[in-house]
Ligand binder design. Structure first.
Ligand SMILES: [Zn+2]
Length: 432
């Protein structure tokens, strides 16, 4: 089995790694995001999924609890009624986030669990106990199912269990035993699945549509295309692939701390709501998946989400929920709506900025003009006052030029550059 850092990242598998990171972080915050990796045999999808086992973060549980009870919210039959003090007494331990796998030949009893008949019939200490199945053991972690299309085809009862587990968050499982009351346990499990849609019995959405719809994201994994990448795989070259185990472990821990730091912009929520209305989507689940994925992306990359993030996630959230043509149209719609909004917003910002700038320069010009005007006006006050005086107005009404009273400065006219400034500055008194 390859370790995480031995995986060679290329165009064909990069998107699966990005989506799995989103899912791990979301599981770590207590909200499962289910992922289905589709692809031909040999594309390495199961290798990548299994390699994640070694980089999963640690979670806290009540010491020894097989159901992985969260000390702050215990749910198993043994711990659900305990108070904080009693839990403290039992102690708390750290375990790696569970990663368990069920195979195509799995049986219902081993998957959900059963009543422990041995304990029930014990002569010394007879008591009802549960023999835990794979799913409750995966609580607060990952449940991996390879060849999910085959399981859905040959074991419809396992598919029914998965529907219950993935139907709500948290999901639930029922443990039934003939002649005994049914036990129901809540489980918070993230399901990762893999399948080859080209092999029998075909794509999961054709085998069991309802189960296919339970996956938040379906990612198509492809073969590497470049010869360089193939060469690196052959050489087992692992340098510079960006997949450092320590880096990833820390990334989930750091990202969880900033999960509330970013909000999904209203315009993105509006665009997604319009998709639902305009494109006749069957359920709202796909859009919820996009929103949840966006929250994780902003925390993982420590930045606000952008239109590209939305189309990236919408592609995988809708692939199995509507026709290929519709997905194409929706992506185009999201791009146009968000880009248009962006352009409009940018234009509005530019216009606002330019207007402000214009207002500002107008103010400055006015100020300069005002200042200049006042300087000029003050200096030539003696020249202009007759035109503004009441006398001038009366003069204006006199039609006979001979009767016009001549008012002129005492000096002879001079060129402006010949005038000494001192001569120009007059006080009110001097002008009277
Ligand atoms: Zn417990």
């Amino acid at each position: 089995m390859k370790t995480y850092s031995q995986i060679v990242v290329h165009d064909g598998n990069k998107n699966l790694i990005d989506i799995l990171d989103i899912s791990v972080l979301s599981t770590f915050t207590g909200n499962p995001i289910h992922v289905h990796a589709e692809g031909l045999r040999g594309t390495g999808k199961t290798t990548i999924i299994r390699a994640y086992k070694s980089i999963l973060p640690f979670i806290e549980r009540i010491k020894g609890c097989e159901f992985n009870c969260d000390p702050r919210a215990p749910h198993c039959p043994a711990h659900k009624n305990l108070n904080m003090e009693e839990i403290d007494k039992l102690g708390v331990e750290k375990i790696r986030m569970p990663f368990v796998e069920i195979s195509a030949s799995a049986k219902k009893g081993t998957v959900v669990g059963s009543i422990d008949l041995e304990k029930l019939t014990s002569k010394d200490d007879p008591r009802a106990a549960l023999l835990l199945g794979t799913i409750p053991k995966a609580n607060r972690g990952i449940l991996f199912i390879d060849e999910i299309n085959r399981i859905a085809d040959i074991s419809p009862e396992i598919a029914d269990i998965l529907l219950d587990v993935m139907g709500t968050k948290p999901g639930r499982i029922q443990i039934e035993e003939v002649g005994l009351p049914t036990v129901e346990i809540p489980v918070n499990v993230t399901v990762w699945a893999a399948s080859n849609p080209d092999e029998e019995p075909g794509p999961l959405e054709d085998v069991r549509k309802q189960l296919s719809d339970r996956f938040d994201f379906v990612v198509y994994v492809d073969k590497p295309h470049g010869a360089e990448v193939v060469k690196s795989i052959l050489e087992g070259k692992i340098k510079d692939n960006g997949l450092s185990e320590i880096f990833k472990k820390n990334l989930y821990i750091e990202s969880r701390k900033r999960i509330e730091k970013f909000q999904i912009p209203e315009e993105i929520k509006d665009a997604l709501a319009l998709c639902y209305v305009n494109f006749n989507l069957e359920s709202i689940r796909g859009l919820e998946s996009v929103i949840n994925g966006l929250k994780m992306l902003s925390a993982l990359y420590d930045r606000d989400v952008n239109p590209k993030d939305v189309t990236f996630l919408a592609r995988y959230a809708l692939k199995h929920r509507t026709s290929e043509k519709n997905v194409f149209e929706i992506i185009k719609f999201i791009e146009n709506t968000l880009t248009m909004n962006r352009i409009k917003r940018d234009e509005a910002e530019v216009a606002y900025f330019q207007k402000n700038k214009a207002d500002e320069s107008e103010k400055i010009n006015k100020k300069i003009a005002g200042n200049n005007k006042s300087i000029i006006f003050d200096r030539f006050k003696f020249l202009r006052w007759p035109f503004l005086s009441k006398k001038y107005k009366t003069m204006g009404s006199n039609n006979n030029p001979a009767d016009v009273e001549i008012k002129a400065p005492p000096q002879k006219a001079k060129k402006i550059d010949e005038i000494n400034e001192q001569e120009l500055i007059k006080t009110e008194e001097e002008l009277k």
